[in-house]
Ligand binder design. Sequence first.
Ligand code: FAD
Length: 392
Amino acid sequence: MTFDPLTSDFYGFENALAPHELDALSRLRGFMESEIAPIADRYWERAEFPHQIIRPLLDTGVASWTWPETRDTEYSAVFRGFASLEMSRVDASISTFIGVQEGLAMGAIGECGSPEQRADWLPRMARGEIIGAFGLTEPLSGSDSARGLRTTATRDGDEWVLSGSKRWIGNATFSDITVIWAKDSEDGQVIGFIVPTDADGYTATAIGNKISLRMVQNADITLNDVRVGDHLRLTRARSFADTARVLRLTRAGVAWSSVGVAIGAYEAALAYATERVQFGKPIAAHQLIQDLLARCLGNITASIALCVRVSQMLDDGVQRDEHSALAKSFCTSRMRETVAWAREIMGGNGIVLDYGAARHFADAEALYSYEGTREMNALIVGRAVTGHAAFV
Ligand code: FAD
């Protein structure tokens, strides 16, 4: 398969990928452009998720590249980052669906599950036979999840009883399992469970009227004395520090996705600018438009460089929480500027879905706030560089 380089990767960072990674990226790009691009605006506007694409999307291998239980050969973290970028470049709802399935739900089982739990769940989830969700955030606890969780897990013989509520949980209106984080009512530590969504006492209700990531189905979950066997407790989740290990990985993934969103908007604006004529010439020939395009490309290029390095640090085993937190806060901020400039380049048409920037502009808002807001990720960096935790 020949690889068509991404022209918005101005400094050619993709050249660092191995041939089998370039092949896989090419297949994913082809799938996103042929199967998702033509339907994205329609599903976004209707606030519906296109369930029919789940299996074909997972057939590209996109949920199989991280864990030894699911991959055929080694794939670098840089490659997996470029895959997130490729999905978001076309549609951030799709990359968020995978971010929840592969990053958060499979990530929780991969990072915190026993070898038996990993072998049982990860292959089926990679193939899409089981859809997962990740329930950490609660109605009264968002940024302060480390200490503020109110959902409790109470041991009762070989079972645990889970009680509480969750908010914003992606994929949860149709997930088969949801990883639920709760406080052990005995010692107050945060622990995790693989909760089958058909368990008695479990309900998930869709959150409506969103202005961002409208295709993604987020839910409010109620856990009313839900009983799960001890075999469904994630055996290597013993405190919030273990939950944070999962978030460290997914935050770097959101940084990569935010570059994809920025590129999607920038490419739409660049194409528009070459066609739209004002004052007798394409607006692309006006100096101030070129300045905006150069600013967009500068943001994108700097963000890719930062993402490549943070992923190399993961592969080298030296990535820490503050490294992925800096990537998430920096890249989502640059994304927010870039999508606004792209929309601006299109004038009035920039707010119309059909012109290609508006969906990215709206979706950027959710990426900016989920997986830790910009402020919370900045505070993680601040704690690392000053030695003072300023959260409370
Ligand atoms: P709050 O914590 O209420 O924060 C509100 C504001 O206060 C923010 O600006 C924040 O930065 C600021 N703030 C809070 N504390 C401080 C402080 N100490 N110093 C300075 N500023 C502060 N969660 C899941 O568990 N699973 C999911 O699948 C999931 N998917 C999501 C999908 C979407 C589309 C969205 C929007 C959210 C999702 N979330 C999910 C939840 C997400 O992680 C939270 O929204 C996020 O962590 C922020 O929490 P909050 O919304 O409660 O805001």
